[in-house]
Design a protein around this ligand. Sequence first.
Ligand SMILES: [Zn+2]
Ligand SMILES: [Zn+2]
Length: 216
Amino acid sequence: MRVLVHEVGFLRSNSYVVYDEASREAVLIDAGDDAWLMLESIHDNRLKLQAIYATHCHFDHVLAVDDLKQAVRVPFYIHRDDLEVLAMGKEMTRRFLGIDVPDPPAPDGFVEEGQTIQIGSSTLKVIHTPGHSPGSVCYYGEGVLFSGDTLFQGSVGRTDAPGGNAEQLVKSIVEKLFKLPDDVKVYPGHGPETTIGWERRHNPFVGENGYLRRRP
Ligand SMILES: [Zn+2]
Ligand SMILES: [Zn+2]
């Protein structure tokens, strides 16, 4: 399994092209903006895009979906619990950021906890990690975790947007993500990559001595 990282849009979210080297089958994890970048990357690497998966439905992770779907006819999948977040995106973006974004894309189907995604001979598993949003998910396989806005290098996702829940976020990370092996490489929704081991020990919010874990 190979991973190509694209940092897109003015919120600098990461869009990941994940592909199987032998079959050239590929999926996109988050399509935040700048569809042309992903299309170029798919074309240049001779990849066959199968689907687009969202880690969650904040606009900075789904803004390029419609443009991509117009160029390559592939289905778009989200977790059902983020339907409301997806629908609210336009209004929230105007309220919090003062900008207008297009209507959100319509999902073609849903992912759920434990489901597996086949990319050629590679497999990713869906881990439901509510907290940053109710339908936040991570995708895990072959020593790699796509953590969306749940876990960042040295930080965690905000929980102050509608549907966010700090308690759930900590629980999702500690009980699900931190159970993964130390050397799992984490590709977050924003910023540089990290590892499960480093975050479990040193993350200032959810690590061993993390601020959010010491609160009563
Ligand atoms: Zn987000
Ligand atoms: Zn984000």
